[in-house]
Design a protein around this ligand. Structure first.
Ligand SMILES: [Zn+2]
Length: 301
């Protein structure tokens, strides 16, 4: 299955600006363990492949670069860039302790973990990128969870995740951070990947209430909550929450240099995603409770 997307930099301009900045600038550096989370696993994989391309490009890293590394990543034939799922692995020689066939294979097992460790023991000329996720038999990408990426496997790889060899990056694709073993999450830099396009973000309905909300004093949290509740009650709640995320994404985009604000907003994006989930439940959570929780998380840092 082909997952590389030529339009990816238009889809996530701000995230890619962040990654290419970190990859190009010697002092910035991006973490060697990245965790992408959000509703859209295919977009996460496209983003991960683009990060892999930026890490391996031997020329100017532009979107239409035609160097060998870029061509390989785009064709998904790069020898050091791998999408790793429970189904994309053949046991060497059909060892007896693990399934030698992928049919019905339930998880990324210890055999795969060992194979990765052995592979990393050999030096590589390339920047190795392992993208961990799940897929079904038809190639549809699915998020990691504790079933398909069990604790035993992550424990076997923990030391590797902690101190990988030079030029190695691990990327985990998941719906929610709590779906991945906490020891992995704590070692990874987490990025929320929204399911919507970052361009043309509309936040006209929420702008007034959200304006520089990170400067709102803790004492004023109830005012903020009331204003937000009014918005949510008078409009379509989900649209308001999406606009709040849009406002956050746009703010991140125009404040890329402010690391502190960046992390705060990335965290808040996740809280809004939680709120969206809570109002979509059947039965849905009480709207006021959802807004109260969200307001307290956003203001009382
Ligand atoms: Zn290139």
């Amino acid at each position: 299955m082909q997952y590389y997307n030529n339009e990816i930099s238009q889809k996530y301009p701000k995230l890619l600006e962040y990654f290419s900045g970190g990859i190009t600038d010697e002092n910035k550096n991006i973490s060697h363990c990245l965790l992408f989370w959000g509703p859209d696993i295919t977009s996460q994989c496209e983003l991960a492949l683009e990060v892999a391309r930026l890490l391996n490009c031997s020329e100017d890293k532009s979107q239409n670069c035609n160097c060998l590394n870029c061509r390989w990543v785009k064709e998904q034939t790069h020898p050091a860039v791998k999408i790793y799922t429970r189904l994309d692995f053949k046991e060497a020689g059909g060892s007896s302790d693990d399934d030698d066939s992928t049919k019905g294979k339930k998880n990324i097992n210890i055999g795969q973990a060992k194979a990765i460790i052995n592979e990393l023991a050999v030096t590589s000329d390339y920047h190795r990128v392992y993208i961990f996720c799940d897929r079904d038999e038809d190639g549809n990408l699915l998020p990691l969870n504790q079933m398909n990426f069990p604790e035993a496997t992550s424990n076997a790889l923990l030391k590797t995740f902690e101190e990988p060899p030079k030029n190695t990056t691990f990327i985990f694709l998941t719906k929610d951070k709590s779906d991945v073993i906490s020891t992995v999450v704590s070692r990874a830099q987490a990025f929320f990947v929204s399911g919507v396009l970052e361009e043309d973000l509309d936040y006209s309905l929420v702008e007034g209430v959200l304006d520089n909300y990170w400067t709102i004093a803790r004492n004023d949290v109830l005012d903020f909550e009331n204003n937000l509740l009014k918005l949510v009650v008078e409009n379509e709640p989900k649209e308001i929450l999406t606009q709040i995320q849009n406002y956050m994404l746009a703010t991140i985009k125009s404040n890329l240099e402010n690391k502190h604000l960046y992390y705060r907003l990335m965290e808040d994006l996740g809280y809004v995603e939680d709120a969206k989930r809570q109002i979509s439940l059947t039965p849905a959570m009480n709207l006021q409770t959802v807004v109260e929780n969200l307001s307290f998380k956003m203001i009382l840092k």
